[in-house]
Design a protein around this ligand. Structure first.
Ligand code: LLP
Length: 414
């Protein structure tokens, strides 16, 4: 469920017309459906209900407080990768023990913040990091619960920038090296090894790869349990892909069907770290058509949202459906939908069949809830968009549009 549907030809989000929202709040505007967000979380919770588990939402996908509070209230945990995300998670009400701290480059200061907050686990990415955790935690008189991130050398067949489980990637330790590392760090003060973790990549649509990675992690866990490690967590990461083309994709239930047979019976809690599959579909980016121009070779629809608002098409050549908010009918034409940023790489779609749109009309970029606002920037001195959350036919602004004053606030005048 996306939470977005057409009523008499006009796209609505949770019952509210996107034309109304664009007129009232201006564009570019991110609009989120609360029911779609919670529905996606609930689908995970239901799918993994047969085993002890925790769904730790990956904040990097979208860390806007209005959405985080909904997920925290629903019982989700949080997967964070920075001190900033830690503070955002705590501020939104995630209990510290439900927070896992991932990331390949945690600073000492970030580790200290996590320890002082009493977070659930640190996903350590190397032996060195475990040693650093040990000395910082022991110095504070605290204990860090540590899961070791292993790299199973499995190809997730996703975009190379977001594949993480191959030997050539910077993440985790080689899975074969894990037992020796854990033996060496076992007796260190201030750390308690609580399990192993892996995350092979993002936008993974091949369930076989996720199943294979989970299988490797289960085999490692069983051997560590056999060697007397008192483990209580197995963390299979995130990564489940979204069907950006709208043709149907694997669901959390499909993932559970592949993974649960292997983990059932393990005396452990299963952790997952999904980001995209929880929030992507729940968001659209609304943009207004500024101009239309034909240079002979191409026809360009120029809109007021650019790569600074939604980077995914430019960075990964990612596909997002784009639709006129008001469907006026008529034959589609092939166009490039581009933003106002001064780069040829600033596009939302290229050579795309788009139904007729006129200057001043709205288009909706679909499935933009994940890695949309969270990757937005102020490039070209453009204020970041406002965000609106729609629930039960009511819309509220969860982040106002930035102003010029916001953009220069941190500058120091001479
Ligand atoms: N856990 C870890 C350790 C991760 O590195 C990631 C994503 C996740 C969980 C969540 O993965 P998800 O369920 O969202 O696939 N900016 C890119 C995606 C980068 C993903 C990075 N890591 C994009 O727009 O496609």
């Amino acid at each position: 469920m996306s939470g977005f549907e057409r009523r008499q030809g006009t796209l609505h989000g949770d019952g509210v017309s996107l034309v109304e929202l664009g007129d009232r709040h201006g564009t570019p505007l991110y609009v989120y459906s609360g029911s779609a967000l919670l529905g996606a979380y609930d689908a995970y919770a239901a799918a993994f209900a047969p085993v002890p588990h925790r769904i730790c939402y990956a904040l990097k996908a979208n860390s806007s407080g209005g959405l985080l509070r909904l997920l925290a209230g629903r019982g989700a945990g949080a997967d964070i990768v920075s001190g900033g995300e830690l503070q955002a998670a705590l501020r939104a009400g995630f209990p510290p023990e439900r927070i896992v701290f991932s990331g390949v480059g945690k600073t000492d200061a970030e580790i200290r913040l996590g320890l002082e907050a009493g977070i659930g686990e640190f996903n350590a990415e190397s032996e060195d990091e475990i040693r650093r955790l040990s000395s910082i935690a022991a110095g504070l008189g605290l204990t860090a619960r540590v899961t070791l991130r292993v790299n199973p050398d499995i190809d997730p067949r996703s975009h190379p920038y977001i594949s993480t489980g191959l030997r050539e990637n910077k993440f985790g330790v080689a899975i074969d090296a894990a037992p020796a590392i854990l033996d060496r760090v076992r007796a260190l003060p201030g750390v308690e090894v609580s399990g192993v973790q892996c995350h092979i990549g993002s936008q993974v649509t091949d369930l076989g790869a996720l199943e294979q990675a989970a299988g490797a992690l289960v085999a490692l866990t069983r051997s560590l349990l056999g060697r007397g490690f008192p483990l209580h967590t197995i963390d299979i990461g995130g990564g489940l892909g979204v069907d950006y083309d709208g043709t149907g994709a694997a669901t959390p239930a499909d993932l559970a069907a592949r993974v649960l047979p292997a983990v059932a019976g393990l005396p452990l809690r299963l952790l997952l770290e999904p980001g995209r599959s929880i929030v992507a579909r729940a968001g659209v980016l609304l943009a207004r058509v500024i101009g239309i121009k034909d240079n002979g070779a191409r026809r360009f629809v120029i809109v007021d949202a650019g790569m600074n608002d939604l980077l995914r098409p430019s960075l990964y050549e990612a596909f997002h459906r784009i639709e006129p908010v008001v469907d006026r009918g008529g034959a589609a034409g092939v166009v490039d939908v581009v933003g106002p940023v001064c780069e040829s790489g600033d596009f939302l779609a290229r050579e795309r069949a788009l139904p007729p749109v006129a200057v001043g009309e709205l288009v909706a970029v679909r499935d933009a809830g994940a890695y949309g606002f969270s990757m937005a920037s102020n490039y070209n001195m453009r204020p970041r968009a406002a965000e609106v959350l729609v629930e039960n036919g009511q819309a509220r602004v969860i982040r106002r549009r930035e102003t010029f004053e916001d953009l220069v606030r941190t500058e120091v005048a001479e």
